[in-house]
Design a protein around this ligand. Structure first.
Ligand SMILES: [Zn+2]
Length: 274
């Protein structure tokens, strides 16, 4: 999947300052600065700012041996570089760079949205001890935005429930999915989302695995569960354009190995009972 890397992703919080060798994850809105040419190759901090200021650098994480720092860039890109839009960056490689760009963008988005305190309006500051933004006036503390959500594979013997989402660019078959609500267990999210989107009841929930889907600041949690009672689907038309039961032989094969949804569908198709 997207987050399965051949190198260690170390995101423990360290308020350190960069040296010239460190990698620069520099953004302009949703585009990341990369070297011109094929693939996604980030500049070194020292290449952009020999004096290491501005932009004001912020430590993000370490990937393998490379420390990555967040920065912001106004105006035209420096010579030899270009801003690669997020959607385009996803289709480039190597996978580690795509991951770094996406995680960095999520952090960049969060820092951009927490410049001022939502409670009293004062400028926020970085915490010195953890990844958080703190208001020096009222003490309000804000943590990175991560929205828990579920991906649900509903099975009925040899059949799997597949869906298509309404009004989205993504037109391949998907699974039931939705966000957790305040005060709700994640198991109840599974039951509610299946019920709301398809009018089906489920039982025997089994947690499969999770995926940090940083493109939408989400943490996806995958569940398999079994149909309980009637298999008659009542479609929630505001969410789904289509939903239906597919036997293993009918499930299409053309899924990438990037998403949890794709992996769960293929796992059911190939492996018998998950
Ligand atoms: Zn405040």
């Amino acid at each position: 999947m997207f987050q399965d890397l051949d190198m260690r992703y170390d995101n423990s919080y360290r308020p350190v300052t960069p040296v010239g060798e460190d990698l620069a994850l520099v953004y302009q809105q949703d585009a990341v600065l990369a070297r011109e040419g094929e693939g996604l190759c980030f500049p070194r901090v020292g290449e952009l700012c020999p004096e290491l200021e501005p932009p004001s650098w912020r430590y993000a994480f370490t990937l393998g041996e490379a420390r990555c720092f967040l920065g912001e860039w106004k105006g035209a890109p420096p010579s030899g570089f270009r801003f690669v839009p997020s959607r385009e960056a996803r289709g480039l490689g190597p996978r580690e760079a795509v991951f770094a760009a996406a995680v960095g963008e999520s952090l960049h988005r969060w820092y951009g949205g927490t410049r001022f305190c939502g409670r009293c309006g004062e400028p926020m500051e970085d915490s010195q001890t953890e990844r958080a933004r703190v208001c020096p006036n009222c003490g309000c503390t804000v943590y990175p935005k991560i929205c828990p959500a579920v991906i649900v594979a509903v099975t009925d013997g040899d059949r799997l429930l597949l869906t298509k989402y309404q009004g989205r660019a993504f037109t391949r078959y998907a699974l039931v999915a939705g966000f957790n609500e305040i005060g709700e267990s994640i198991e109840d999210t599974v039951r509610r989302e299946v019920w709301e989107e398809t009018g089906l009841r489920v039982k025997n929930l089994r947690y499969y695995k999770s995926q940090p889907w940083v493109f939408t600041d989400s943490l996806l949690m995958g569940f398999y569960c079994e149909l309980e009672g009637s298999d008659r689907i009542t479609l929630q038309k505001s969410e789904l354009s289509e939903a239906g039961w597919f036997s293993r032989k009918e499930i299409p094969e053309d899924y990438s190995n990037i998403s949890l949804t794709g992996e769960m569908i293929q796992r059911f198709r190939c492996a018998g009972n998950p």
